[in-house]
Each structure stands twice: as structure tokens, then as C-alpha cells.
Ligand binder design. Structure first.
Ligand SMILES: Nc1ncnc2c1ncn2[C@@H]1O[C@H](COP(=O)(O)OP(=O)(O)O)[C@@H](O)[C@H]1O
Ligand SMILES: [Mg+2]
Length: 378
């Protein structure tokens, strides 16, 4: 293994990075687009790159080291397709050798991996399941570990942990599937206590999939059922009027505290919310402003809350903490993303770019952080 921070020399062995993307969540295509950016950014003088795609049904396949077919913008969304082969991770702690197997064929050795860069959003990628698998395989990886990933993915437990650390979150009620089946009236009662409008969302969703803004109580049941199509567990949340402010957090080196960038703002048309189409399809109705125009005091408050949320949830590597900000000092944490959007146009890299860290440098830094961190209990 090499030190990813050291300048490469002609003879220095390269760090072998497995770039993992696609996956089983609704954010498959977004993950492919992110992989296109990271594959382009990885400095081939320093890194040997092994791209591994995960199909929507969960098969791990070897894919070409070519960003072109992974980009968004064509007629069809990018997608990883299977070829009958399986990438197999080493499950013994004395090897990091990855194999490619096909039925009836001799397994092909894909070589040792120094670090895995999971570029997966949503369930089976950002939610601790994959992180557990990489821990089992003894492979270092970029980003948060099992617990932080799982808790941050679940908007219910995320709020429980943040509130437990006396960090501000919006009022909400949880709709458990059993409760919905057995006592729908009690659920609707609890939701009515939040007033209107409310936001109804899958507990473990992302990219705004399955989220509805409900302004009329008569639409609540349909909104809960829509969210349940994405996750049996649903949150109903009081609407937080205010600006949408995001803050990028990067883990500290060694024992250093987490670093925060200057916050950015997602500026939407009046009355709109940041839904899937606004995020990815027709982005003309949204403006990413970085740094956000905020008073010095609000900036300090947002950055401090972002770092505290990162630590409260035991995050590692990277996270983007999203806020609603009203007036000068009313700051509420909306959510934390342990694998935030990561194309060069996404807010997370943009915030670091404004702080003087270019996209490629950010990728280097994340790999360096992953390599310095032990696996297992830490
Ligand atoms: N409580 C709320 N008040 C106001 N807007 C909200 C609220 N919850 C969600 N939204 C809007 O919906 C978007 C997506 O919700 P979010 O909870 O961030 O889910 P996701 O994980 O899918 O991004 C937010 O960026 C915001 O525009
Ligand atoms: Mg969000």
C-alpha cells in the first residue's frame, strides 16, 4: 500500500482503488454519473483503478474503465448491466485479492485492492450494508462506517441521535408499517398535530424519491402510501419555511477535528421544493450559490452544527449536512448525507472547490483518509 498523499515517483507503487458504483437503489443512474466523474479525476500516475459496477439487481460485475457510457445526458439513463460474471471479494484477512468468476470458467485474478471508493447512494450502498461487507472483507474504504452510515440513512434514527445531542431538528412523526395497517386513524391524528403543510418522505430514501409536500389533509393518506412504495417506514415532517443551506464536512487527518467548508445555498423558485426533477432532470429552476450569503454569525452556527452533527453520528471521511435557515439565527438540521452527490457540479465538491480544494484533490484526500483509518472497532 502506498501513502496516497505522497507525490508519485516513477517507481512508487500505485495505490489500487476499486471504484464501486451503480447499485440496487433508486439512485443507480446518479451513482453511474458520479463514477464517470471520479474515474476521470483519478490521477493514473498515482492510482491503479478497478471499476466495479453493481447491477440494479445487485450483481457485482467488472466494467470497462471508461467514463463515457456512465454519464447522464443521453436518451437513456446510464445503467450497469450484468455479463454473467461475478466480482468476488476476499473474505480472509490475509488477502486483498479480488477474483472474477463465471460459471464453468477458471476464476480470473483481478489483483489486490488497497482501498474501495464506494460511490453508491441510498439503500445497499450508503446505509451500512455495503460498509459491513467491506469490514468483513478487511478492505479499507472511503466514508462512514457501518453504524454512522445506517443511522444517517434513516431519517428517523438520524433525528433521534441528533436530538439526543441537543441538535435542532424539525418536528416529525414516524409511520411504522404495522401501525399503518392496524391503526391508521392514530397515525393520521399524530400527523395532524404537525399542522400543514407537511412533508411526507420515505425514512431511508434519497434524491427526493417518494417525497410529497402535503398542503391539504385529504392528500395525506395517498402521500404516505406513495412514500411506502420506497420504504415501509415513513416520516411525516412539519414544513420548515426558510432557505436551504448545505455544509460540506471532511473528516480530520489523524486526531484532528472534522473540517467544514463555507456553506452553500440551494435557491429554488418560490413555492418549489428540491424534488427529483429539480435535482437531476430540469435543473433550470434551481441555483447553487456558494458560498451562501449569510451573516458571519449564521455561517459560524451552520459550520459548528455541521461538525457537531458529523461527530454525533460518528461519521467518517465525508458528509454533507443540510439545513433550513430562517432569519438570522433559526437554524434546523434537515438531514445528513454520508455519500452526498459527488459530480463536479454537485454542491459537496463545489463547496470544497470554493475553499481551494479542486475535485481531484478532494478525491485524493478522501482516499488518504480511508487509508489512514483502521478497520474494525475504532
Ligand atoms: N420539513 C421540510 N420543510 C421544507 N422542505 C422540506 C422539508 N423536508 C423536505 N423538504 C424539501 O424536500 C427536499 C428533499 O427532502 P430531504 O429530506 O432532503 O430528502 P432526500 O434525502 O431525498 O434529499 C428538501 O431538499 C426540501 O426541498
Ligand atoms: Mg436532501
Amino acid at each position: 500500500m502506498t501513502d496516497a498523499t505522497a507525490p508519485a515517483t516513477a517507481t512508487a507503487p500505485k495505490t489500487r482503488v476499486a471504484v464501486l458504483f451503480g447499485g440496487r437503489s433508486g439512485e443507480h443512474a446518479i451513482s453511474c454519473a458520479t463514477a464517470a466523474s471520479v474515474l476521470t479525476a483519478l490521477d493514473r500516475d498515482r492510482y491503479d483503478v478497478l471499476p466495479i459496477g453493481i447491477t440494479p439487481s445487485g450483481q457485482w460485475v467488472r466494467v470497462a474503465d471508461d467514463p463515457a457510457p456512465l454519464r447522464l445526458g443521453g436518451d437513456v439513463l446510464p445503467q450497469v448491466s450484468g455479463d454473467g460474471g461475478d466480482v468476488v471479494l476476499p473474505m480472509a484477512d490475509d488477502t486483498r485479492e479480488v477474483l472474477y468468476t463465471r460459471p464453468g470458467e477458471v476464476p480470473e485474478v483481478l489483483g489486490d485492492i488497497d482501498v474501495v471508493f464506494p460511490l453508491l447512494h441510498g439503500p445497499f450502498g450508503e446505509d451500512g450494508t455495503l460498509q459491513g461487507m467491506l469490514e468483513m472483507a478487511g478492505l479499507p474504504y472511503v466514508g462512514s462506517g457501518v453504524l454512522a452510515s445506517a443511522v444517517s440513512m434513516d431519517k428517523h434514527y438520524m433525528k433521534v441521535v441528533l436530538a439526543g445531542h441537543v441538535l435542532p431538528v424539525s418536528p416529525y412523526t414516524v409511520v411504522q408499517p404495522r401501525q399503518w395497517r392496524r391503526d391508521r386513524a392514530a397515525v393520521l391524528d399524530a400527523a395532524a398535530g404537525l399542522g400543514l403543510p407537511v412533508f411526507v418522505k420515505p425514512a431511508r430514501g434519497g434524491s427526493s424519491l417518494g417525497i410529497t409536500k402535503v398542503s391539504d389533509a385529504a392528500d395525506l393518506e395517498a402521500a404516505i402510501e406513495e412514500a411506502q412504495r420506497h420504504d415501509p417506514k415513513v416520516l411525516v415532517e412539519a414544513a420548515m419555511p426558510g432557505r436551504e443551506i448545505e455544509c460540506a464536512v471532511l473528516g480530520g487527518r489523524g486526531d484532528d477535528a472534522p473540517r467544514t467548508a463555507l456553506p452553500g445555498e440551494i435557491k429554488l423558485a418560490e413555492g418549489a421544493f428540491y424534488d427529483f426533477d429539480t435535482k437531476y432532470v430540469d435543473t433550470s429552476g434551481v441555483e447553487l450559490i456558494c458560498p451562501a450569503e449569510l451573516s458571519e454569525a449564521t455561517v459560524a452556527q451552520v459550520r459548528s452544527l455541521a461538525a457537531r452533527a458529523f461527530d454525533a453520528l460518528s461519521c467518517e471521511g465525508l458528509a454533507r449536512v443540510d439545513f433550513f435557515v430562517r432569519g438570522e439565527d433559526e437554524v434546523v438540521i434537515n438531514e445528513i448525507n454520508t455519500m452526498p452527490g459527488f459530480t463536479p457540479y454537485s454542491m459537496y465538491p463545489l463547496m470544497w472547490q470554493r475553499a481551494g480544494m479542486a475535485y481531484g484533490e478532494l478525491v485524493d484526500e478522501l482516499i488518504a483518509l480511508a487509508l489512514q483509518r483502521p478497520l474494525g472497532l475504532r
